[in-house]
Write a protein that binds this ligand. Sequence first.
Ligand code: ZN
Ligand code: FE
Length: 736
Amino acid sequence: MIAACSVHVRGVVQGVGFRPFVFRLAQANALAGWVLNEENGVDIHLEGDEPALESFLRDLSAEPPPAAQITAIEVLRSEPAGLTGFTIRESRRNGRPTVRISPDLPVCGECLAEMRDPSNPRYAYPYINCTNCGPRYTVIERLPYDRPNTTMHPWIMDALCSGQYHDPMDRRFHAQPIACPSCGPRYSPSIAETVAMLHAGKIVAVKGIGGYHLACDARNRAAVRAMRERKYRKEKPFAVMVRDLDLARTLVHLTADAEALLQSPARPIVLAPKKIELPEIAPDNNELGVMLPYAPLHHLLFDQGAPDVLVMTSANRSSEPIAYRDADARERLSSIAEAFLIGERPIARRVDDSVARVGPFGPTILRRSRGYAPGAVCTLPAPGPILAVGADLKNTITLVAHGQAFVSQHIGDLEHYESLEAFRETIHDLTSMYEVNWDELLVVHDLHPQYFSSIKALELPAARKMAVQHHRAHISSVLAEREAWDKRVIGVSFDGTGYGDDGSIWGGEFFRGSVAQGFERVMHLRSALLPGGDAAARHPVQCAAGFLAQLDSSPAFDAAPFHFPKRYYDAMQLVKSGVRTFSTTSMGRLFDTAAALLGFTREITFEGQAAMWLEYIAETAPACEPYPFPVLNNELDFRPLLASVIEDRLRGLPVPEVARAFQRSIADTLCQAAQMLCEANNIDTVVLSGGVFQNNLLLAGIESNLEVWTNSAVPANDGGISLGQAALGCFEQSHA
Ligand code: ZN
Ligand code: FE
């Protein structure tokens, strides 16, 4: 008795060896029929006897290819058409694509073994790949994912590649970026030359998967110092790429979770506690960012004797976007790199390395980019497409198409012209890839009228636009990750800067509500004046002036132990006269104030530096009692807190102890306030988001009987804002 069924599979199922897998599975079960890629996933038609069909369906969900992510399998009974044999059919396009684009994958074990085998035709070939591994998002120019639509289209396959590409039993069957040394792109100069340059302490620009890296020997202090000078990157930590996991274990303390993260398909940079100090690499920091080789080229470098720990940093100056086009890289990097290692395969779009860590609440992503983007983070009940454009710092965008929320790669800080270009490109890229109809599109942007992202959003030719407040977006990003739309929570957003409902600068906010019903602000940090606008965020002493002005009495801050520079007194003048001052409830600025009181009186050289320093110096201090940080009239009153810090400083208490007590106080008061609000509102869950929650010491101090939810799939910093905007936009439009 012959039965038939049609099967539809959704998720990341294209470009991951899914059709050959289906083909082999059908053959193994002696089933006839066909498989094809279409815009929503993979369609399969099967004919054969009942037990064979059942066995096929069992294995389909049980053992998919390693890189596939199945989100749904639909099976429908159909009529047998009397087919014989199983075929792979041409891709079909009827409507708009909703298939998920696979993120880039690290080279697999089989390809690596071939690359190291002198008798293999792809021996030492840096573009080796197969359906289980290799580039995806960074080579795709448009959908569907077929070779003519990738950056590999100029290279014509030779007999070897073509044979494997067309052989359903081969691991490279329909591997779109397939290549070999005789027909594919090349790298120049030789790996050996590059290795020699690295040993000589030179800086080499290396073309990678989603852009160029600048590489140098991480144990060569002079080389690292030269890198800092030429990149205009004074103190911000560098990440290193290490030869293998064993070596990583000698540099940092790795838990089982951290090792899993390090070896996960995204191969992110993993921040972990240092075991040893590599000079100049990550100054004033307890952690070191480590990653494993992921491109075949990286393995070749180490195989051929490159220094075993390499600085591998995005090829750019300060926080400009990473260079990815060859001509642009040559031009922009010529003053930094002494040599180039350039491959011919073009990069379709820039995608930086991702950054992750295992924090007190589990694995969390700090920069979501290569290996994750453009994956769907959640499914939203959105009737039409939504484009959320994020915030101006650490920008990402989120596109909701057919209910799936695709979060872009990290784009950067939009104050740079280059980043703004990248922002425009990414919007164009995602909306055209998913063929978004602009007449149906809802565009969501930040409430800040002067954000570049808001201004650009308002220029877009979309039907509808909506502004969402920054910290509500932070809270919603956590709930979106869990698709908890109706869940009523107390949301705590401790952050650097965000435009508030009242036009002041928020950042120490408590909300009550849900994504579906919206969030009401119910508590906040007592407000302070911020003198001189944006410059205050770069000068801890300048923002300290606004907070310290509210204390009843103050010591001489220009004397020991504070040694505040003149800038503090200039700022105090502004505060007293009310000229060029802004009102703020930012917790980030309160951290800056504490940092200034504890000795960080210079200008910061990268965002968040003073708060990171505060966390770093507290490391060595023993556990301690918190300072008073009371809640009065729904305001967290920082005055007793800062007065205690000053008092302990004057008493000569060690700086690490005061730093620790300060951070303990923030955690304690947060917990008490959240407890109070939850009890009063019959709520059992508190949500934490915002840049301040990247502080592990603070997170570790959160002790509560409440359910505590934090970000894991998107960053707690502004990299997660676009997802939260999309979620709030989705529900608010259904109210309207
Ligand atoms: Zn492979
Ligand atoms: Fe923020």
